[in-house]
Design a protein around this ligand. Structure first.
Ligand SMILES: Nc1nc2c(ncn2[C@@H]2O[C@H](COP(=O)(O)OP(=O)(O)OP(=O)(O)O)[C@@H](O)[C@H]2O)c(=O)[nH]1
Ligand SMILES: [Zn+2]
Length: 342
C-alpha cells in the first residue's frame, strides 16, 4: 500500500538506490517548504529540518525519522531560477519535475521568444517541455499557434485546448498520471490556475494559496505539490513566473540546434554571424531558410545566459580568493607569533 503511494508520488529506483538497507528512516516527498517546517507526502506529515528548510525544494525526496528530515535524496531534475533583479543568485524552485508545462494562450500572449526561453530552461533542468496553448476556444485559428510552437524546435510537444472544458483538460492526463510530476509556467492570466483546478479537482486553489502573513497582508505562500485526479503530482510554484536564464547553455543549444548546426559551416570558428565572410548562418537567412528574428532571439538568450552564468562563477571565484587570502593572512600571523615550523 505504502509502496503504491510512493510510486504514484514518483518514487523510482533512482531514489531507492540511495537508501541504505536497514536504515531506520522513511522516504517522503516534499509538498511544501515553510520557513519552520516541511510538509511531506504521503500523509501530510510536518517535519523539522535541523539544518534549515532552505536546502529543500518542493518535489524533493528525503528520508526522515518521523519528526525530522534527515537526508535529501539526489534529485533527478532541478528547476532553479535567477533571483529577480540584477543579482545572479540561484534559487531552487522545484525538484523532480518530469514535465514542464509551458502555458501560453492562443492570443497576443503568444511569444516565440518567451517559449524559446522556457524551452531552454526546461531542457537545461532535464524536464520534458510541453507547450500548452490555452484559450483555443477563443481563437479563430488555434492551429496557427500550434504550428508556430512546433516550428521552434523538433523537441516541442504542443497541445491547444480550452482550459475551462474538463474533457479537453483530460488530454493532459498522461503527463500527470501515477508517477508523473508536472509543473506549469507562464504569464499571468494564461490559465494556469484554471488548468490546475481541472487537473487536481479543486476549486479552492486561489483561496487556498493565500495566507495572512504577520503584517496582515495576503501573500501567496504555497509552492506546493498536490496529487492530481489522474494519480500523479502537480507542482505549483509562483516563483516560476519570472524565470531568468542561468546556466542554461545546454538548453539553449538544444532549442537552437538548427542555428548551431549551421554555425559549424561558418568559415571562422568564432563567427558572430554579423557580416563576417563565409558565414553560413547569414547565408541561410539570405536563402530564406532561417528567420533573422530567430537568430536575434538566440543571440539575446545566449548573451543573457553567459552574463548571469559568468557573474555567478566570478562571484564564486571571488569568494574562494577571499577565503584563500584570509587563510594565508591567518597563517602568516601565526607564523609571526610562533615562528616558522608551527
Ligand atoms: N475561454 C477561455 N478562458 C480561459 C481559458 N483558460 C483560462 N481562461 C480564463 O482566463 C482567466 C485567467 O485564467 P487563470 O487560470 O486565472 O490564469 P493564471 O495563469 O492562473 O493567472 P495568474 O494567477 O494571474 O498567474 C480566467 O478568467 C479564466 O476563466 C480557456 O482556455 N478558454
Ligand atoms: Zn557565421
Amino acid at each position: 500500500m505504502i509502496d503504491t503511494d510512493l510510486s504514484s508520488l514518483g518514487w523510482t529506483p533512482h531514489f531507492a538506490r540511495q537508501v541504505t538497507p536497514g536504515e531506520p528512516l522513511s522516504p517522503a516527498r516534499v509538498a511544501e517548504v515553510q520557513r519552520s517546517h516541511l510538509t511531506v507526502l504521503p500523509g501530510g506529515l510536518r517535519l523539522l529540518a535541523p539544518e534549515g528548510t532552505g536546502r529543500f525544494a518542493v518535489g524533493d525526496w528525503l528520508l526522515h525519522d518521523g519528526t525530522r528530515a534527515v537526508r535529501r535524496l539526489d534529485p533527478l531534475t532541478e528547476l532553479s531560477r535567477k533571483v529577480a533583479g540584477d543579482s545572479s543568485e540561484r534559487q531552487l524552485l522545484a525538484a523532480n519535475v518530469d514535465t514542464l508545462g509551458i502555458v501560453t494562450s492562443c492570443n497576443a500572449d503568444f511569444s516565440a521568444a518567451r517559449l524559446e526561453r522556457y524551452l531552454a530552461v526546461a531542457l537545461s533542468a532535464g524536464c520534458l517541455p510541453l507547450v500548452i496553448l490555452t484559450k483555443a476556444d477563443q481563437a479563430g485559428d488555434p492551429e496557427r499557434y500550434l504550428r508556430e510552437a512546433r516550428r521552434l524546435s523538433p523537441l516541442v510537444t504542443a497541445l491547444a485546448l480550452n482550459a475551462l472544458d474538463p474533457e479537453e483538460v483530460a488530454r493532459l492526463h498522461p503527463w500527470v498520471a501515477a508517477g508523473q510530476t508536472l509543473a506549469l509556467v507562464g504569464s499571468s492570466g494564461v490559465g494556469k490556475t484554471t488548468l490546475q483546478n481541472g487537473l487536481t479537482g479543486t476549486e479552492a486553489l486561489t483561496q487556498g494559496i493565500r495566507e495572512d502573513d504577520a503584517k496582515g497582508r495576503h501573500t501567496t505562500t504555497a509552492r506546493s505539490l498536490r496529487p492530481t485526479v489522474a494519480g500523479g503530482c502537480l507542482i505549483d510554484t509562483p516563483g516560476m513566473r519570472e524565470l531568468g536564464m542561468l546556466e542554461a547553455a545546454e538548453g539553449i543549444s538544444a532549442v537552437f540546434a538548427d542555428i548551431e548546426d549551421l554555425a559549424r559551416g561558418c568559415r571562422f570558428r568564432d563567427c558572430a554571424h554579423e557580416g563576417e565572410p563565409g558565414c553560413a548562418v547569414q547565408a541561410a537567412i539570405a536563402a530564406g531558410d532561417l528567420e533573422a528574428d530567430r537568430l536575434h532571439r538566440y543571440q539575446k538568450l545566449e548573451r543573457e545566459d553567459r552574463f548571469h552564468t559568468e557573474s555567478l562563477h566570478e562571484r564564486h571565484a571571488r569568494t574562494r580568493a577571499w577565503a584563500k587570502a584570509t587563510r594565508a593572512g591567518m597563517e602568516r600571523s601565526q607564523w609571526k607569533r610562533r615562528g616558522p615550523g608551527t
